[in-house]
Design a protein around this ligand. Structure first.
Ligand SMILES: NC(=O)c1ccc[n+]([C@@H]2O[C@H](COP(=O)([O-])OP(=O)(O)OC[C@H]3O[C@@H](n4cnc5c(N)ncnc54)[C@H](OP(=O)(O)O)[C@@H]3O)[C@@H](O)[C@H]2O)c1
Length: 338
């Protein structure tokens, strides 16, 4: 392998060892407008060459379509990749802001079998609860997930958008390898409770949407005007009208830091997440999503950027000034339950 491969890190005590940056695969089949399947496949292959080994999907992405799309790539590289998928969430195609959330044992058992079949594998490396159904005690949910580990259907467990208390309750039932939650220059709510709890428990963080769903790269401003009709980001308060215009102005210090490093905005956003992780003292494997080989190269190269204290200070106020919430309904996110 070449020198350009990224270093590895362990996801939680006893969790899998993976490249320090993963790849979010959601956009290949869902949420972010039209995709080119050939280009997405080339992106997967290029990522692997660069040392990216954690590939993130979910049963909810395109109602199983994303898992099916990834299956041939996983089959071709089964021993080199760590497959992460999720259960608990269904998004009706005709109601993109609606969420149907299930955490009950019969649902989990049916979901894992369906994911195993679509992915065409015998075992899922990292199985996440995607969203919390507050009607089911978390001990019951994680108890069923732990049974899946004992039965050899799943190797490691993860939780997405859980609160610190939920994480502690879960960890008392079975070791949790990773918490996956939104973490970026624009979204820092998890730094208050979830990140310190994860650091304390030896659980890794897998930040999703570290590029602020693309907004932090400067590639769009007003989602309703600039993105395709089926693009999920049109429903997000931060990317709409006056909020979007105000939030675009917040990127000025990111541009200044990018220019000093001869780097892109995307690279500074990723370098920032990586450095916040070291401040909090826990393993972090962010999963930027892209469908383009050139962007995976650019994003992986960000693992070599080190920001100065002064640069970090200039980026510090951004999150506190963001207009609009990160979801239309925050009750599904951990911050809505803290
Ligand atoms: N657990 C959860 O609830 C949850 C929620 C959301 C996402 N996720 C996971 O996290 C992954 C990443 O999050 P995300 O995809 O929402 O957001 P993200 O990684 O913050 O941003 C993805 C967007 O940025 C663009 N992009 C990527 N690299 C770029 C670059 N170097 N320059 C310019 N634009 C670039 C992508 O476009 P192209 O694809 O066209 O390159 C895409 O539109 C997802 O794929 C999914 O697996 C999990």
């Amino acid at each position: 392998m070449t020198d350009s491969r990224i270093p590895t890190v362990r996801l939680g005590e006893g969790g899998p060892e993976v490249g320090v940056q993963g790849l979010g695969c959601m956009g290949m089949s869902f949420a972010y407008g039209p995709s080119d399947a050939g280009e997405s496949r080339a992106t997967l292959e290029r990522a692997l060459e660069l040392g990216v080994t954690l590939y993130d999907t979910a049963d909810a992405y395109g109602q199983g379509e994303n898992e099916r799309f990834l299956a041939p790539f996983f089959r071709a590289h089964r021993d080199e990749v760590v497959i992460a998928t999720k259960f608990a969430l269904a998004i009706p195609p005709d109601e993109p802001t609606k969420r149907i959330i299930r955490n009950d044992p019969p649902y989990i058992r049916q979901a894992v079998e369906a994911s195993l079949e679509r992915l065409d594998v015998d075992v899922i490396d990292l199985y996440y609860m995607h969203r919390r159904d507050v009607n089911v005690p978390i001990e019951e949910t994680v108890g069923t997930m732990a049974d899946l580990v004992r039965e050899g259907k799943v190797k490691h467990l993860g939780l997405s958008e859980v609160t610190a208390d939920e994480l502690r309750a879960a960890q008392a039932v079975h070791p949790i390898a990773a918490v996956q939650s939104e973490w970026s220059l624009f979204s820092r709510d998890i730094e208050a409770h979830v990140v310190p709890a994860a650091a304390d428990l030896g659980v890794a963080l897998v930040p999703y949407s570290p590029l602020g769903r693309g907004f932090l790269t400067g590639s769009f401003v007003d989602a309703e005007k600039e993105l395709s009709g089926d693009d999920f980001r049109r429903n997000m308060p931060r990317f709409q009208g006056e909020n979007a215009a105000a939030n675009a102005a917040l990127l000025e210090p990111v541009r200044a830091v990018a220019s000093a490093h001869g780097a892109s905005l995307a690279q500074i956003a990723l370098a920032w997440v990586q450095q916040r992780a070291s401040v909090h003292g826990l393993p972090v494997v962010q999963i930027p999503g892209t469908r383009k080989p050139s962007r995976v190269e650019e994003n992986v190269a960000a693992t070599r950027i080190v920001l100065t204290g002064e640069e970090l200070s200039s980026l510090e106020p951004i999150a506190g000034r963001v207009a609009g919430t990160r979801y239309p309904d925050m009750s599904f996110a951990s911050a809505g339950r803290e």
